[in-house]
Design a protein around this ligand. Structure first.
Ligand code: HMG
Ligand code: MG
Length: 307
């Protein structure tokens, strides 16, 4: 059975912009986040407190957080890899939620965070406990749930173990990352069924990159298995700097169009979302990767009254 409503988690300002070859001005990031909130997105990942040597594009996260106008009912989580990142997040007024990120592949864990899966989990146990002590909510990511750029196939039992450990440590939600977008629908269902042995289905989120064009099909497949939280990126921005060739997250516009068509509530307004996508596309100097964004832009050019 499909969910009646879906929570969309907008990751464009973090997952999208972390991968841009050129620095994006802080003011553009702030404008994007404001527009996404105007569109009705209630969770907007705003940046990350990682090493600026590893991901220079996120080095201005504190400035971004200081400049946005926080709206009631909107959460602005930030990625945190270690105690230093948590301290940086806590130094900013208003941070209420962080996300930690582990992986189901040893090679990816080393490339992304310079440690093994087990070392990462040990580090996160301390970060999660300290964050919760300070009243923060913590989300947990697992990368490479449907394949790894270095190791190939990934065993769903390992995904379940990492997801279960993060959940047991106190993450309120576990986001399952198909980092390289290699998954297909039945594999995605098998993976969710395996994880559901450790984490309740209503605490799972799907975080699918769209490299192979499978993301919407995979989302429909996992919604049929009880997932009702979807991560997506306006205009299909992004990729992971430590997963060469991986393209952006599934586009928020494409997900919204599919959910609207199926009568599934999200609280997000398509026209306002398209305006956010057009703004960031113009700032980056390229058309949206979203198929729906492009189709609706053509429709609106042909018939300006249609918007
Ligand atoms: P390391 O080099 O092992 O760390 O990196 P270290 O503790 O040895 O520190 C090295 C230097 O970094 C030191 O500076 C630290 O102070 C500094 P130096 O003394 O050389 O001047 N440092 C920091 N600076 C600022 N903030 C910090 C921080 N920590 C250390 N938090 C580390 C280990 C985890 C730090 C590094 O590997 C890292 O930052 N990795 C993050 C990589 C990343 O952001 N990847 C993208 C996000 S994950 C993703 O996209 C996947 C996801 O979307 C889901 C999916 O799609 O699958 C979530
Ligand atoms: Mg990602």
């Amino acid at each position: 059975m499909l969910p009646r409503s879906v929570k969309l988690v907008e990751v464009g300002p973090r997952d999208g912009l972390q991968n841009e070859p050129r620095a994006v001005p802080t003011a553009v990031k702030v404008d994007l986040i404001e527009r996404l909130a105007t569109a009705g997105l209630a969770v907007i990942e705003a940046g990350s407190f990682v090493s600026p040597k590893w991901v220079p594009q996120m080095a201005d996260t504190a400035d971004v957080l200081a400049a946005i106008t926080r709206r009631p009912g909107v959460s602005y989580p930030v990625l945190v890899p270690n105690a230093k990142g948590l301290d940086a997040a806590l130094a900013v007024t208003g941070v209420e939620e962080i996300a930690v990120f582990g992986a189901a592949s040893e090679a990816f864990s080393h490339r992304n965070t310079n440690c093994s899966i087990a070392e990462g989990l040990e580090r996160f146990a301390g970060v999660i406990a300290a964050a919760r002590d300070r009243g923060l909510r913590v989300r947990g990511y697992v990368s490479c749930v449907l394949g790894c750029p270095y190791e190939g196939a990934v065993n769903p039992a390992i995904v379940a173990r990492v997801a279960g450990d993060l959940f047991d440590m106190g993450c309120y939600e576990i986001s399952l990352g198909d980092t390289i977008g290699a998954g297909t629908p039945l594999a995605a269902q098998r993976m969710v069924d395996a994880v559901a042995k450790r984490v309740p289905r209503d605490r799972l989120a799907a975080h699918f990159h769209d490299t192979y064009g499978q993301a919407l099909a995979n989302l429909l497949a996992v919604m049929e298995r009880g997932v009702s939280v979807i991560d997506s990126s306006v205009s299909g921005l992004g990729g992971c700097p430590y997963a060469q060739g991986a393209s952006g997250n599934v586009a928020t516009e494409d997900v919204l169009y599919m959910l609207n068509g199926m009568g599934i509530e999200t609280g997000v307004d398509m026209d306002a979302l398209l305006r956010a996508g057009a703004m960031i596309g113009a700032a980056l100097g390229r058309p949206p990767a979203s198929r729906v964004g492009r189709a609706l832009a053509r429709r609106d050019q042909a018939d300006p009254g249609a918007a």
